[in-house]
Structure formats: structure tokens, C-alpha cells
Design a protein around this ligand. Structure first.
Ligand SMILES: [Zn+2]
Ligand SMILES: [Zn+2]
Length: 106
């Protein structure tokens, strides 16, 4: 660990570098490996991930169908095939849709 103190006096700058207890400061314990107590947390996290994924793939218009249409030119991927047929503008950014691309999510 290095301590740098800068002193300004009479318009001149002088830098003093002081080294302090290098061996003690560098003693950091890093624990890695499987944590046995985190199984429940991981399951909850996985569930949350699944929920987010499902939400991301659910049509933002009908909140029911699966998202499988990409709007052009904005490239938003927020609408199911059913809803995209009835839309003239993107539900996400309201840009006028010039075309659609069917995307398959596997
Ligand atoms: Zn829909
Ligand atoms: Zn858009």
C-alpha cells in the first residue's frame, strides 16, 4: 500500500511518497468454490430468471401470445404474430412499421 501526500507551498508542488506495512495490507482472503448454503437462493434466482425470460417473450400488446415478430425498421421484438397483423406502429417506440420479420426462438 502506498500513501501519496501532495503539499503545495509557495506555489511549488512537492510530492511525498510513503510506503506503509506492505505485507499486512496485501493480506486478502478470497474464498472460492461451491457454497453449500446458497441452494435456496439459487433456486429463487433461477425462478426469477425464468420469470424475466417468460416476460421478455410475452407479447406486449395482448400479454398472452409468444413474441415472434421483429418490427422493421426499429428492430423491436415485442409482439406476437397475431397482434403484429393489426398494428401500423411499433408498440414499443411507436415508429411506423415498414415491415416485419418472423423470428423463431428455440
Ligand atoms: Zn399479441
Ligand atoms: Zn420499435
Amino acid at each position: 500500500m502506498t500513501c501519496v501526500s501532495v503539499c503545495v507551498s509557495d506555489g511549488r508542488m512537492s510530492t511525498t511518497t510513503t510506503s506503509v506495512a506492505t505485507s499486512a495490507a496485501s493480506c486478502v482472503t478470497i474464498t472460492e468454490g461451491p457454497d453449500v448454503g446458497s441452494t435456496a437462493d439459487e433456486a429463487a434466482l433461477q425462478l426469477e430468471e425464468n420469470r424475466k425470460l417468460k416476460e421478455a417473450r410475452t407479447c406486449k400488446v395482448c400479454m398472452d401470445g409468444e413474441v415472434n415478430i421483429v418490427f422493421l425498421p426499429c428492430g423491436h421484438f415485442v409482439c406476437c404474430a397475431e397482434c403484429s397483423q393489426h398494428r401500423q406502429s411499433c408498440p414499443s417506440c411507436c415508429i411506423c412499421i415498414s415491415g416485419t420479420v418472423k423470428a423463431s426462438v428455440s
